[in-house]
Design a protein around this ligand. Structure first.
Ligand code: FAD
Length: 305
């Protein structure tokens, strides 16, 4: 049953009509549980509260699969604005961006130009920019964009997904940049031709990648809510005398709040991924696919005016 629900929500996450309707008709259906608000003002308030609790943030202006050049430019401007606000308000926050939001599906030049503008702002305001990883179809292009831009900018990080067979090679391929990488399981609907279909293999691969990246001496961000992955990382860093400033635990806004606080209390670095904006539909459907128990929150949202 869980598998069926997962497929269903992943199918919805990709639906263009529902995405457009959700954007037009507002912020509902439990959106506010996982999304920090529709504008940067709302998000800044939430970031400040998280910072007060000892947590850092990576801020994401929601949006994906943009096919209109002007829209990709507008989204670039919004991300630059968020970088300026982070600096002006002295918030402890980085930003995360999706390449399809910056024009990946339109042209290579457009996405690179937009990213250079964002990374210039990141450099000026000392804000690290992380390139989120999207579906498999865009993985090679995203890794190549990261390589191109990493030759030019320091404050740049990316994400690799343990469900893909190719990821171990990607991690080795990027090692020459000594990169800060967020390692996650992966949130998209992929075929068994490119991704492990069984959860246990995805989990085992994630552990392997965490160990590899840490052993290579690189900063490792574990993006996961899974106790088993978090425990593995804690144990691994302890056994291998890896300093606390070489890794961090990242979790999504609205998820596992008690665990986040407990990790901060134990002296670990915790970063919360905070999304904001009107384009919340695809993001929220992926969260439902990950954890059908979240449907309850959504149903409450439907009935709550
Ligand atoms: P799962 O495999 O979903 O769950 C494993 C176990 O963890 C569950 O059985 C349960 O015991 C426990 N658990 C999980 N969630 C909860 C909860 N809410 N409450 C209680 N127990 C829970 N994916 C991408 O494809 N690209 C990205 O760029 C990307 N960025 C991410 C950034 C961050 C900060 C995070 C946290 C995730 C990101 N993801 C990204 C999503 C990721 O790929 C997974 O889809 C998502 O994190 C679910 O996997 P999981 O490791 O959290 O645990």
């Amino acid at each position: 049953m869980e598998k069926v629900l997962r497929q269903f929500f992943l199918f919805l996450s990709n639906n263009k009509l529902l995405t457009a309707l959700a954007k037009r008709y507002g912020f509902r259906f439990g959106a506010s549980r996982f999304v920090a608000g529709t504008n940067i003002g709302h998000a800044a308030e939430k970031i400040r509260k998280l910072n007060q609790k000892g947590m850092s943030v990576t801020l994401d202006h929601l949006g994906e699969y943009v096919t209109d050049k002007e829209e990709a430019i507008e989204r670039t401007k919004e991300t630059i604005k968020s970088i300026k606000v982070i600096d002006k308000l002295n918030l402890d926050s980085q930003v995360s961006v999706k390449m399809t939001s910056m024009g990946l599906d339109i042209s290579d030049d457009l996405v690179l130009n937009n990213m250079r503008r964002i990374l210039d702002a990141g450099k000026e305001h000392n804000v690290l920019v992380t390139i989120d990883m999207e579906d498999y179809e865009r993985c090679e292009k995203t890794v190549t964009i990261f390589e191109t831009l990493k030759e030019e900018y320091d404050l740049l990080s990316t994400v690799l997904q343990s469900y893909l067979y190719r990821t171990e090679e990607d991690l080795q391929r990027l090692n020459k940049y000594s990169p800060n990488i967020r390692l996650v399981k992966g949130a998209y609907k992929e075929s068994a031709e490119v991704a492990y279909p069984e959860k246990k293999d995805v989990d085992e691969n994630l552990k392997k990648l965490i160990a590899l990246h840490l052993d290579n001496g690189n900063f490792t961000a574990l993006g996961s809510h899974d106790d088993a992955m978090i425990e593995f990382t804690k144990q691994y860093v302890k056994e291998n005398n890896i300093p606390t400033d070489q890794f961090e635990f990242q979790m999504l806004y609205g998820m596992r709040n008690e665990l986040k606080e407990a990790l901060v209390e134990q002296g670990y670095n915790v970063r919360v991924y905070v999304p904001y904006g009107r384009d919340w539909f695809g993001y929220n459907m992926r969260r439902l696919a990950e954890r059908p128990a979240n449907v309850l929150f959504v149903l409450r949202g439907v009935f709550k005016k």
